[in-house]
Design a protein around this ligand. Structure first.
Ligand SMILES: Cc1ncc(COP(=O)(O)O)c(C=O)c1O
Length: 352
């Protein structure tokens, strides 16, 4: 039976518990209240003003940006565009599920590269998995659901070793949560690698998951093929990105204060959760994102079910990777109050 997710404290989808940027909220309200701006017209299907705002923020050309109805839509578009039956897609053994499903829809073959023992992405193992049938490689950084990350030098060295005719999709859905200094400046690498596609979303730190808006940045050839009339007529539902989503996203891009506050709050609650787990004697994969993969040392299903009975949704490891994560749960970082409640419920479920 389908459950009403809205009734739960949802620590299963890595959303922003601080809500959305106040600037985004203000921009949406102003748009709704301004009678000169027509609400009755279809949105700009080429998402021009948002692409310009993204290009300014990230120092790329507008023609290097493409927006979609959530990053998920673009992941499926990339599968539809590039994968033919038998083509290979290399993914780290544990990665974001949409990449495998979008390639499988097109009868592509998923090739899994093993992770390191500490769950970090093994870039050498990814390189070793390349064959003449490889169409693209996907790396999520920080990775979902593990939260591990690779740094600037590792990424650059990796990209140098990938043959030019193989696309590399680097998914940075959680990049802004990283607190350190050596996160890859992937946009600057677009100048050196024509086969690079960077994927980002407004659903995570920007807090706009309900608006459905994400984007990619890549060289102009790739982007212009996705924007071409013929391609759009065949593959994309017209007006896939709403005007409201573009307005909210454009304003959110300017809200550095909100981003900083979210990042700090996330870091504090994440560290606090880790401290509790240390005291309880449970291990976890150190995370650079807004979620934590916890080893609960028993089948996760009954624990997830009893957490649900107490009003908390978390992601069971069995759906993330049945082979390696059946004794894990992934918990999104909520507000202070939500996390206090969760820790209490979690201890109760573990009978601690
Ligand atoms: C790594 C990663 N990429 C992409 C997405 C999709 O984001 P969106 O909400 O923009 O479709 C998610 C959503 O959870 C994600 O975790």
């Amino acid at each position: 039976m389908v459950k009403d997710r809205m009734k739960f404290i949802r620590l299963d989808s890595n959303e922003n518990p601080c809500g959305c940027s106040p600037l985004a909220k203000k921009a949406v309200i102003e748009y709704m209240e301004d009678d000169k701006l027509s609400k009755s017209q279809y949105p700009d299907e080429y998402t021009m003003f948002l692409r310009s705002a993204i290009s300014e923020k990230y120092g790329v050309d507008r023609d290097e940006v493409f927006c979609g109805n959530g990053a998920d839509e673009i992941i499926y578009l990339l599968g539809n565009t590039f994968i033919n039956p038998g083509d290979e897609v290399i993914l780290p053994e544990i990665s974001f599920a949409s990449y495998a499903s979008s390639a499988s829809f097109r009868k592509g073959k998923i090739v899994c590269a093993p992770l390191k023992d500490d769950f970090g992405i093994d870039l050498d193992a990814v390189l070793k998995a390349i064959t003449e049938n490889t169409k693209y490689i996907v790396l999520v950084n920080p990775n979902n659901p593990t939260g591990t990350m690779f740094c600037e030098e590792e990424q650059y060295e990796f990209l140098k070793k990938v043959p030019e005719d193989i696309l590399v999709i680097i998914d940075e859905a959680y990049a802004e949560f990283y607190m350190g200094a050596n996160f890859p400046n992937t946009c600057s690498m677009l100048r050196d690698f024509d086969n690079l596609i960077i994927l980002k979303t407004f659903s995570k730190i920007y807090g706009l998951a309900s608006f459905r808006i994400g984007f990619i940045m890549a060289n102009k050839k790739i982007i212009s093929s996705l924007l071409s009339e013929d391609y759009r007529a065949e593959s994309i539902q017209r007006f896939n990105v709403t005007t409201l989503a573009m307005i909210a996203a454009q304003a959110a891009l300017k809200d550095d204060v909100f981003l900083e506050n979210t990042k700090t709050a996330n870091d504090r609650c994440l560290k606090n959760l880790c401290k509790h787990l240390d005291n309880m004697g449970y291990s976890y994969v150190p995370s650079h994102a807004n979620f934590l993969l916890i080893n609960i040392r028993r089948d996760c299903t009954p624990v997830v079910e009893s957490l649900e009975k107490k009003g908390y949704l978390v992601r069971p490891g069995t759906v993330l990777n049945a082979d390696r994560l059946s004794e894990y749960i992934r918990v999104s970082i909520g507000t202070n109050e939500q996390m206090e409640g969760f820790i209490h419920a979690f201890k109760d479920c573990l009978k601690l």
